[in-house]
Design a protein around this ligand. Structure first.
Ligand code: FES
Length: 126
């Protein structure tokens, strides 16, 4: 595994996509990273089981911000069942890899998305 951030990680850190909050979100998921204490929240809007909008707020390191950014792009337009299958490895691979000591940072994004989907399903009694 690389020991440096890839260009893709830097791009998503310096120009993060889908940053912010969705006020009337259909699902919200917040997770904290037990290793470092960083926190991420993902907001989703859902229509006909498809994620039509997604935003994030991350209080975390460069890798956490880059993984949130890339994850939102990966999840947007996906069916909920497909989005649930996105793993931390998918997120890290999509960024061209993460330095070994930053791999734990990619947990947050996939987990926060899963929590947001769970929240949506709970509210919609599924
Ligand atoms: Fe906390 Fe990266 S150091 S998520």
């Amino acid at each position: 595994m690389d020991e440096q951030y890839t260009e893709m990680v830097k791009d998503h850190f310096f120009n993060p996509r889908n940053v912010g909050e969705i006020k009337d979100a259909d699902g919200v998921g917040t997770v904290g990273n037990p290793i470092c204490g960083d926190v991420m929240t993902i907001y989703i809007k859902v229509k006909d089981e498809i994620i039509i909008d997604i935003k994030f707020k991350t209080f975390g390191c460069a890798a956490a911000i880059a993984t949130s950014s890339i994850l939102t792009g990966m999840a947007k337009g996906k069916m909920l069942d497909e989005a649930l299958k996105i793993t931390r490895d998918d997120v890290a691979n999509e960024l061209g890899g993460l330095p070994a000591i930053k791999l734990h940072c990619s947990n947050l994004a996939a987990d926060a998305l899963r929590e947001a989907i769970k929240d949506y399903r709970k509210k919609n009694k599924r």
